[in-house]
Design a protein around this ligand. Structure first.
Ligand code: XMP
Length: 514
């Protein structure tokens, strides 16, 4: 495709996905590649600009990540960020060494002279710094364009060669005018027109899916989550009744969730596709009977999911295409995209393709970030409640019921969770927290209801704020909201006589209970 693109060359920094997202926020398409990517491949991609990321190493040490300096001779603008800026200087004849003063946090940066990178940026501006090394001498042809009290080269440029460098991180929100700087780089310096838009992406994708599929048969495993829903609707719009969606209800979904999915994709919904809802609750509950160990529960749910799907796929027979809702962070995290090597430990339907008889996989969202998937969903006309769904784990309520799972316990946690979500939304907190749910603890305790002694379960309420779900903080939900929810739960949900609020962050807890 002849789309204008900026490349992020990944040197192992922690904000690399963020750089790509920020570039895309400028309506410029951006992909992440490891610094180990062959120079010829990078050239062949024909990027309009290249961004070197940060990274944890010292560029002057042996074995530190580097790149051929020929990359600076292509005439393509390059922006080096943090480690990337140091590497640029190191490769081009400047000097990088351990900084006498380490800078960390929000630091006031002074812009020294006019630079296209700082167009419309204030003369002093707060930027996010995090570095032990610093540039002590600029490479020939470069001049300093900004400094801080401890960093003489907070930014540099060789405008003639279109090479730019910042010691700070413009991609991080703490850098107050960072988005402006990135926009200056991609739009003004690289000259990108900014043609990356969701409406044209959706249109283009539908057209190319149609072309690829021809009159072939397509199968999609639908979980009801955002990604698989958006992928399914895109396919439905492209190929209509050549598509079959299989939705496995494992009996561990949130209250009414199965019906909500069916309302969109089922026979009464707007799409002309084959929708199969498998009500497999009994099968799952039977397999889970008596099992208390969290890992065993997860394994059983995952395996049973595959078995159920397999049974359905067998009935359908061989298909030409199998649709997956893989999104860009999955691609990067599994090592295909950037330098990051962490393999995603959470999978919704691990290993499914091995069990399906198909010729080819279609992953229409493979290049999108989560917020872009949601935008595509809205473009496709998917209802808000599906598009803005909070993350929901593949094993579902199975890992929100501590200990053994029974149908009664599922009903309890579904009801309590529905009340909690309703009260949070009413109070306007649904947009202020990133994930919130009720869990059923395995604890029973003594209470009193009317004149009767009770011995019933405790529900735990959870609400967290997080950016990446790797760490999280317990949210400060107003007491009135918790109080109202508590009162409703003990009154409306049978066999619950106590409600607890989980104040623990991650670490040391995890977001889910198991
Ligand atoms: P934890 O509990 O590990 O969860 O702090 C972090 C985020 O991952 C979600 N999660 C899962 N998602 N399959 C998924 O698709 C899983 O097995 C799974 N386990 C946890 C969790 O909801 C939270 O958003």
């Amino acid at each position: 495709m002849n789309r204008e693109m900026v490349i992020v060359l990944d040197f192992g920094g922690q904000y690399n996905q963020l750089i790509a997202r920020r570039v895309r926020e400028c309506n410029v398409y951006c992909e992440i590649y490891s610094y180990k990517t062959d120079f010829e491949k990078i050239k062949a991609l024909n990027p309009r600009g290249i961004i070197f990321t940060g990274g944890p190493n010292s560029c002057y040490e042996e074995g530190a990540p580097a790149y051929t300096k020929e990359i600076f001779e292509l005439g393509i603008p390059v922006l080096g960020i943090c480690y990337g800026s140091q590497l640029m200087m190191h490769l081009l004849g400047g000097k990088v060494e351990k900084a006498p003063v380490r800078e960390y946090g929000k630091i006031e940066v002074t812009v020294d002279c006019a630079s296209p990178l700082f167009e419309n940026v204030s003369e002093t501006t707060i930027c996010w710094m995090s570095h032990n090394d610093y540039i002590s001498a600029a490479a020939p042809g470069f001049r300093a364009t900004a400094h801080t009290p401890d960093c003489p080269f907070a930014a540099l440029e060789n405008a003639e060669k279109k090479l730019y460098a910042t010691q700070f991180h413009p991609e991080v929100l703490h850098t107050q005018e960072g988005q402006k700087m990135l926009s200056n780089f991609v739009r003004k310096i690289c000259g990108c027109a900014g043609d990356w838009r969701m409406d044209s992406f959706v249109e283009e994708s539908i057209r190319s899916i149609r072309e690829k599929v021809g009159d072939g048969k397509v199968l999609c495993a639908l979980s009801g989550g955002v990604d698989s829903s958006v992928a399914a609707v895109m396919l439905a719009k492209a190929v209509g009744d050549q598509l079959t969606c299989v939705f496995v209800d494992h009996g561990l979904l949130r209250k009414n969730e199965g019906d909500e999915v069916e309302a969109v994709f089922g026979p009464d919904g707007p799409y002309d596709l084959h929708f199969i809802r498998v009500n497999a609750q009994k099968r799952f509950y039977e397999k889970l009977r008596g099992v208390e160990d969290p890992e065993k529960k997860r394994k059983i749910i995952g395996e049973e999911f595959i078995r159920v799907f397999e049974d359905e796929a067998k009935k359908i027979g061989a298909v030409d295409f199998f649709v997956q809702g893989t999104i860009y962070p999955d691609v990067v995290e599994s090592g295909d995209g950037g330098e990051s090597t962490t393999i995603k430990s959470h999978h919704n339907v691990g290993g499914l393709p091995e069990h399906v008889d198909f010729k080819e996989i279609i992953e229409p969202l493979r290049n999108l970030f989560k917020d872009e998937v949601r935008k595509a969903g809205l473009e496709l006309g998917i209802p808000d409640y599906l598009v803005f769904r909070q993350p929901f784990p593949g094993p579902g309520l199975g890992i929100r019921i501590v200990g053994e799972i029974t149908a009664e316990k599922v009903a309890m946690v579904q009801d309590a969770d529905a009340i909690w979500r309703e009260e949070i939304a009413k109070a306007g907190w649904d947009t202020k927290v990133n994930q919130y749910f009720a869990a059923l603890t395995n604890m029973r305790s003594v209470g009193v209801m009317g004149d009767e002694r009770t011995y019933d379960y405790a529900i735990a309420l959870r609400a967290v704020t997080t950016t990446d779900f790797m760490t999280a903080e317990s949210a400060h939900i107003p007491w009135e909201v918790i109080e109202k929810t508590t009162s409703r739960i003990v009154n409306e949900v049978k066999h619950v006589n106590r409600v607890l609020y989980d104040c623990t962050g991650k670490p040391p807890a995890t977001i889910e209970f198991e």
